[in-house]
Design a protein around this ligand. Sequence first.
Ligand code: SF4
Ligand code: FES
Length: 242
Amino acid sequence: MDSPGHRGDTFRLDGEEVPFAPGETVLEAATRAGRHVPHLCWAPGFAPHGSCRVCLVKVGTRTVAACSTRAAPGLDVTLADEALTAQRKSVLQMLFVEGNHFCPSCEKSGHCRLQASAYADGIEGPHFEEFYPDRPLDASHPDLLLDFNRCILCGLCVRASRQIDGKAVFALGGHGIGSHLVVNSTTGRLADSDVHPDDAAVGICPVGVILKKRQGFAVPIGQRRYDLAPISAEARPDEDAP
Ligand code: SF4
Ligand code: FES
């Protein structure tokens, strides 16, 4: 058997043959092959969540989420497509207005996947009316701060806490517009949970919700990950690994 898949196990992504291993999704295989498919609620090593809808691709004429579409021999997948880009831009703009994303004052600016994805698609403004939610911060923990106003409900912290840290510090609660991030502790405060600043759940947040205290602006603006290279440059094996 050839690594990583069987000989001949390929699908087409924008006309380019991409090899895949049995069971892999289009997003996993494309990422491993060095192709960047925009995504927010997925990270290597995690099962698909399918919530952000940023990873939209076309399979034939159908628009699907690349993170939850199994790769199959001969699949004809399109990513570079004007209509798809327009759709993805709307999805990203909705994510911006649903929360409070004031990038210049956010510690995650330059390290934020939402901001970097917006830049990659040339988004210059919110387009939709801002919701301006008012969600109280949780600054109870001595080393960590939670700003719920930036949560895009990707569920990565929930999955990382369970899958990697062997804990259950975070959960998603509520439905629809009332969906929100929950801290699993008797008081609902982070200080009363068993979170540790080195937990994978802390580091995996793609936006600026889970922040370490006393590390503000340790890396100057202009020298951060997505200041140095666009997010589209990161689809290389291991680079996205949690
Ligand atoms: Fe995702 Fe961060 Fe919200 Fe957790 S806190 S669900 S990682 S955006
Ligand atoms: Fe596919 Fe979020 S990465 S829906």
